[in-house]
Design a protein around this ligand. Structure first.
Ligand SMILES: Cc1cc2nc3c(=O)[nH]c(=O)nc-3n(C[C@H](O)[C@H](O)[C@H](O)COP(=O)(O)OP(=O)(O)OC[C@H]3O[C@@H](n4cnc5c(N)ncnc54)[C@H](O)[C@@H]3O)c2cc1C
Length: 302
């Protein structure tokens, strides 16, 4: 269970307190505030706080473009213009603070996004819970034979069971030893900051993660993408839904230009122009490498 009854009680208590404010609120985001969205087997994402809405993006953009834009473009059109032209700073006017519970190996990928503020649970100060990520059967897959950084077929039968048994018994044994090493119940034991070092990377950690919308879109573009590892993508997918409710116009522009759109090189554009003119273009005549051509074709076919 990702959330204990006490945590659920705390969330209910937080949601029952309301305050009057002169600040902008997003109705879509208010419905998410404090609620935990379950991810993987013990993880969650929940919004702890946020600032701004679609209007905040527009308001900031109008400081730079002046009142004239009000007549020329509606708010949604202006947001699409900003996204299309990589005018990113207005999106930085919105911020979000999340509480995330995630396996350590997912946290290692996540923390590479340096443009956020992070405060993590201290395993020097506190004892980690006995909670490990064990993939659901449909996510227990073999190494891909075509992609060094990906998965192939799902394991089944005895092979799936063998792998699950190893994952469970290694995690359980490592945690038993962690507990035995800890300084508790009158034993001298080992300090928490040292005892944790034999714990596996599928143990769960937690952090608060605060980021502005521009950098969050960058995170989502990379981590909600089909090429991202499933386990981090599971978090990114939930975050996409939250952002869509928070800033619907900005999310829709992001979905259109970034998630659903594609970038082409000068060679790629040249090939498209030649194709439109009726020429049959092949990889050999494209000036692209085999890898580039494969990705180019995939982008065109969708
Ligand atoms: C599918 C996939 C596979 C990956 N594989 C690997 C891998 O094998 N090995 C590996 O090490 N990493 C890997 N990564 C991580 C990747 O290289 C990036 O570290 C990660 O995605 C964070 O991206 P970022 O630096 O753009 O994000 P952020 O750190 O959020 O930075 C956002 C942007 O800010 C700017 N910026 C931030 N900090 C600096 C700085 N110090 N100097 C200059 N500009 C800065 C850059 O323009 C950057 O794009 C992978 C990522 C993905 C999505």
């Amino acid at each position: 269970m990702p959330l204990s009854p006490e945590q659920l009680e705390q969330i209910d208590a937080q949601r029952s307190q309301t305050q009057q404010t002169l600040r902008v609120v997003s109705a879509g985001m208010e419905s998410h505030l404090y609620k935990a969205h379950e991810v993987l087997d013990h993880g969650f994402v929940r919004v702890v706080d946020y600032m701004g809405d679609d209007g905040a993006i527009v308001q900031a953009a109008r400081v730079s473009y002046g009142a004239g834009t009000k007549k020329a473009r509606n708010d949604e059109g202006l947001i699409r213009y900003l996204m299309r032209h990589w005018h990113s700073t207005p999106f930085e006017m919105c911020e979000i603070k999340l509480h995330v519970k995630l396996p350590v190996f997912v946290a290692r990928q996540w923390i590479r996004h340096r443009t956020a503020n992070v405060n993590e649970y201290s395993a020097r100060y506190s004892i980690l819970d006995r909670e490990f990520y064990i993939p659901a059967p449909e996510h227990l897959a073999a190494q891909s034979t075509v992609n060094n950084q990906g998965r192939g077929d799902v394991l089944t039968g005895d092979e799936a069971q063998r792998v699950l048994d190893i994952l469970r018994s290694d995690a359980g044994r490592a945690y038993d030893h962690y507990e035995q090493m800890l300084n508790q119940e009158g034993q001298e034991g080992l300090a928490r900051e040292l005892a944790r070092m034999n714990l596996p990377a599928n143990i769960y950690t937690q952090w608060y993660w605060k980021v502005d919308l521009h950098n969050l879109f960058h995170f989502l573009r990379l981590r909600a993408d089909a090429h991202a590892q499933y386990e981090i993508r599971a978090y990114a997918d939930v975050m996409c839904k939250i952002v869509a409710d928070w800033v619907p116009a900005a999310y829709s522009a992001f979905e259109d230009y970034r998630m659903g759109g594609a970038n082409f090189s000068a060679k790629g554009l040249d090939c498209i122009r030649r194709m439109i003119a009726g020429e049959e273009v092949t990889q050999e005549g494209s000036g692209m490498s085999k890898g580039e051509w494969r990705e180019f074709e995939a982008a065109l076919k969708g």
